[in-house]
Design a protein around this ligand. Structure first.
Ligand SMILES: Cc1ncc(COP(=O)(O)O)c(C=O)c1O
Length: 374
């Protein structure tokens, strides 16, 4: 079987710490440990006292309780703590997919499950989000993609790379059709909480008995370096995913588990989300003004969530080529649309510190003007 690489993560892993400006990030400027503790009004002593042994491998009881509290009706037995939401997606797919299985998912998308499902021998079929329809999918295309016999349906909501939040109608059609064909529904909700309008996207949790909700602290909480994610699913599914996790990372780092518990403490969580939304709302207008300076070169829908904006450009040059030239000549990292399955687009991250964002955009402008007039 041919290995399908995860091109987006290869691109980011290779360059994100080697460029001067990183506009490839989809979360906001991360908190430091000190800032997190300051925001929580917590002492550093319990962190310093964390013993560096193996921590509880499915997540400490306290952390699983705090995560379960976010999902009505869930108990700690529904929760598996993972090393990032990426690992939650991975173990869920591993638990479910066998060669020949059918998977349906939104396109464009963060292509982790797209590639992973194929690496497990499954066949993946996309249903499009249409730019001309405000990044909404068409109901008949959802139904066609979720064909009878589909084992797994995958949605990312809020969505990466568009920042779109699915309408109630689209959610309903996806749920109804998943139920009709008996498919599992994996909802990657890692951007929930990072909505610009302050309205938290409703979770798919509780809407169907075969739902797996995946989330984590990397995006809405600005804590990707903790590498804490989770899945919430029926306890049997969670236990079977935990058995896969024994083969991947064994367990989360204890210091990260502790700090995740601090971040998810009642009252603290809300402050972190508020910080994220403040950054998004301060930065997006600056970014949008910058886009407008290019006249009719770009078209886009303002994102509803996440520090990301998917932008289409008019010129015929490929996005892989554009971003490589901007990286090599200007040391700014962007993401080409090809990495999400949508050519002639660039995904910009705008969650950096404002002064850094402005400097990065000025540098990018120099490069783009040259590339687009060549
Ligand atoms: C939709 C989606 N899911 C999962 C991840 C993985 O994030 P992490 O493992 O840091 O939680 C990302 C990261 O960009 C993402 O965009």
């Amino acid at each position: 079987m041919r290995f399908v690489p995860f091109e987006l993560e290869r691109w980011q892993s290779t360059w994100e710490n080697r460029v001067r400006f990183n506009l490839a990030e989809s979360g906001v400027h991360p908190l430091s440990v000190q800032e997190l503790l300051g925001l929580a009004g917590a002492s550093a002593v319990p962190l310093l006292e964390v013993r560096l042994g193996y921590s509880q491998s499915n997540g400490t009881d306290l952390l699983r309780q705090r995560i379960a509290a976010l999902y009505p009706g869930a108990s700690p037995d529904h929760v598996l703590v993972t090393t990032g939401s990426a690992e939650a997606n991975f173990v869920a797919c591993w638990r479910l997919l066998e060669p020949g299985d059918k998977v349906a998912m939104l396109l464009p998308s963060y292509l982790q499950i797209w590639g992973q499902a194929q690496n497990l021998g499954a066949q993946v079929r996309g249903f499009d989000l249409h730019a001309g329809n405000g990044w909404e999918p068409f109901p008949e295309e959802i139904r066609a993609a979720i064909a009878p016999g589909t084992k797994l349906v995958v949605v990312t909501n809020p969505h990466n790379p568009t920042g779109h939040v699915l309408s109630d109608d689209a959610r309903r059609v996806i749920l109804e059709r998943s139920r009709e064909v008996g498919a599992w529904l994996l909802a990657d909700e890692v951007y929930a909480g990072a909505e610009l309008n302050g309205k938290t996207t409703p979770s798919f949790w509780g809407s169907y008995d075969k739902v797996i909700c995946v989330s984590g602290l990397s995006k809405a909480y600005g804590l990707p370096g903790l590498r804490i994610g989770w899945l919430v699913a029926p306890p049997e599914f969670t236990a079977e995913s935990w058995a896969r996790h024994d083969y991947t990372t064994i367990g989360p780092a204890g210091a990260s588990d502790h700090l995740a518990g601090v971040a998810l403490a009642p009252g603290v969580r809300e402050k972190i989300i508020e910080r994220t939304r403040r950054i998004l709302n301060a930065n997006y207008p600056v970014f949008e003004q910058w886009l407008k300076r290019f006249g009719d070169t770009f078209s886009w829908h303002p994102p509803q969530a996440g520090a990301i904006c998917l932008v289409k450009y008019r010129q015929g040059v490929g996005a892989l080529d554009v971003v490589e030239r901007i990286r090599a000549q200007h040391s700014v990292l962007l993401v080409p649309g090809e990495h999400f399955g949508v050519p002639q687009h660039i995904r910009f991250g705008y969650g950096n510190e404002l002064s850094e964002l402005q400097a990065a955009l000025a540098e990018t402008e120099l490069g783009l003007k040259r590339i687009f007039t060549d």
